[in-house]
Design a protein around this ligand. Sequence first.
Ligand code: CA
Length: 238
Amino acid sequence: MDKTQILVVEDDIQVQNLITVTLKAEGYRYLTAQTGQSAVIAAATHNPDVILLDLGLPDMDGVEVIRRIRSWSNVPIIVISARSEDTDKIDALDSGADDYLTKPFSVAELLARLRVTMRRINGVGFDTASSLFRNGALTIDYAAGCVTLGREEVRLTPIEYKLLCLLSRNVGKVLTHKYITQSIWGNSLDSTTASLRVFMATLRKKLMPSPDSPAFIQTHVGVGYRMIRVEDKTEYMT
Ligand code: CA
């Protein structure tokens, strides 16, 4: 198999060097872009496997870069942002980014996110022909509408089941409050975001019968939720 190629979009040369030196040491191929315009062109010309995208670019907002690339490509995009404001992350995720890292980030963190993304795009643990979803002890039978944890059936309300299906079909990806409430209720009013928290809390409880059970659903405070693969769990703790 060819080596994975990563497009690194970053106008800060020091950060770009840190990333490319790391990628090279890990055996990834990479190409770089310093502007939004050149990033869009590089994405179209070289068809990279993953894009690492800085949000603050000199010519164009990173969110606009995501929108343009998403008009023809589903390539995983991991946003790297110096801005700690949640709204930037949320806009990026709503525009189709898969994940985010906040500067300053560690090299270990970057590599961990890349490994998770690579496993996801290589379809590890996915069987598209099957109506079964498996994640550790959790099994969802989409056809039967049935959820089990080990041998026990998990009794979910229709809303909880819809939420779980949405998260599982996007496993590994952070889904924003807005995305989730629009998918489930068709709107994203504050009241539905408040209800979402309540539904999510009970769903998480049902999926964690004991305190030492693995947490399948990760909360991103102020942003949204993500289902993580149990085998990827350690990757999110670095
Ligand atoms: Ca920048």
